[in-house]
Design a protein around this ligand. Structure first.
Ligand code: 5AD
Ligand code: SF4
Length: 429
């Protein structure tokens, strides 16, 4: 979500006539777009911001702007005002479209501005985007979240859930396709609760939206993220069978394997219900790949609770998993739970979990050896000019030798080697 906000801001700046530079030291304006989901990012932000002070003092014309969901927290604004008064502009997540006018104001009037909106019902359409990739694009379908998982700051920083109208999404994707995009990633904190108002005043659900997007000529792949297990419908499972462009991959955050922890997290499903859901998805779409998010060390997590997470991971056999150490987010219910877990225990459990997750990922990847996969070529490898990199339908990252003229095309690749996080191969067609 933040990455896409950055693309939008870059698009707005380019429309103002500005150009992107590779080195921050050459920039006339620096914008730090922040994330508040976990504590590490907070710390990183203030450290990095502090390093800009010297340059700002010696070059007053150099503009420093900070944005993103951290700015939606009053405590952060208070710290900025007290300790970083030299920052030129602070904007939030609901007023990104105002970035050009606010930047002009601080630049012309040599003033400092804090312009952060609490929440808004309206969605600004027609925003530009300076995409990171030429052939794939991020497309918002919902904003905000109503779920209030007890550890999570997002409902407080991004506000209540709002769905874009289907026509706006379809026409955005049509123009992306005209611009060369082959793959879209539909974005929402919980895409499964998408509820977009149509022209006749009725509501369209997520599976129907996917079917409409599947009809867009020239588009080759559809992905989505993130999907709350409690809201995953049978019609979405059917969409995997009916929509040939919908990639056979799902990110299905489980967060924990113990029912007591799931209840305290306010996730609204049990371990058994989650497993049943995965079984249903796999029965309908046997080749589907599944990834997840897991939090370790949620307040009150006992050794037994943690072992239930480990056993769930082994039972489901995820293709990959993002693992997180629980971090206190001020203002969320779990922040004030009395039974916080000591850091040392959290870290030990985290290492055990990562080991289990990686062992399974590697084993699952090895099962691809000798198989042929259709890979959409995304670009050149960062480390080797002669190596291309792309993704399979199931979102596996594949590296293979090839010419850059293939970027944006689908190629058949025979898998010759498999590691924990990627596959290697040779083009056969
Ligand atoms: N601590 C650790 N991980 C968190 N996440 C969200 N909030 C927290 C927190 N306070 C994780 C969840 C979510 C992912 C985006 O970030 O696993 O799915
Ligand atoms: Fe946070 Fe839960 Fe909403 Fe995801 S569904 S953004 S974890 S509150």
């Amino acid at each position: 979500m933040n990455e896409h906000d950055s693309e939008t801001m870059a698009g707005l700046l380019i429309n103002m006539g500005l150009v992107r530079v590779d080195d921050c030291d050459d920039a006339d304006i620096e914008i730090m777009n922040t994330c508040s989901v976990r504590e590490n990012a907070d710390k990183h932000f203030f450290g990095t911001l502090g390093q800009l002070k010297k340059r700002k003092e010696s070059e007053p014309e150099f503009l420093v702007c900070v944005s993103g969901c951290m700015m939606q927290q009053q405590s952060i604004i208070d710290t900025l005002k007290a300790k970083y008064p030299w920052v030129d502009l602070v904007i939030g997540t609901h007023n990104i479209h105002m970035l050009p006018s606010l930047l002009e104001k601080v630049s012309n009037e040599k003033t400092k501005l804090v312009d952060v909106w609490p929440d808004t019902d309206s969605i600004v359409e027609g925003m530009p985007s300076e995409r990171l990739f030429k052939h794939k694009a991020l497309v918002n379908i919902t904003f905000g979240c109503n779920n209030f998982c007890t550890y999570c700051i997002v409902p407080y920083t991004r506000g209540r859930e709002k769905s874009r109208v289907p026509d706006a999404i379809i026409s955005e994707i049509e123009s992306l396709v005209d611009d060369g995009v082959k793959e879209v990633m539909l974005l929402g904190q919980n895409v499964n609760s998408y509820k977009g108002m149509t022209d006749d005043g009725s509501y369209m659900d997520f599976a129907t939206l996917i079917k409409r997007i599947n009809d867009i000529e020239g588009l080759e792949r559809i992905r989505f993220m993130t999907s709350h297990p409690k809201d995953l419908s049978d019609s979405l499972i059917n969409a995997f069978k009916e929509c040939e462009k919908l990639c056979k991959n799902i990110h299905l955050p489980v967060q924990a394997g113990s029912n007591e922890i799931l209840r305290r997290m306010n996730r609204h499903y049990s371990r058994e219900q989650y497993i049943e859901l995965v079984n249903k998805i796999r029965a309908a779409v046997p080749e589907i790949t599944i990834s997840t998010d897991i939090i370790v060390g949620f307040p009150g997590e006992t050794e037994e609770d943690f072992e239930e997470t480990l056993s769930l991971v082994r039972e489901i056999e995820y293709d990959s998993a993002f693992t997180f150490l629980y971090s206190i987010r001020t203002g969320t219910p779990a922040a004030s739970y009395p039974d916080q877990i000591p850091e040392e225990i959290k870290h030990k459990r985290f290492d055990r979990l990562v080991e289990a997750v990686n062992e399974i990922s590697e084993r699952k990847n090895k099962a691809y050896l000798g198989k042929t996969e259709l890979v959409l070529v995304e670009g050149k490898s960062k480390t080797d000019d002669k190596t291309l990199t792309g993704r399979t339908d199931g979102f596996k990252l594949v590296n293979f030798p090839g010419d850059e003229s293939l970027i944006g095309k689908k190629v058949k690749v025979e898998i010759t080697d498999a590691k924990t996080f990627s596959l290697m191969g040779q083009i056969i067609e």
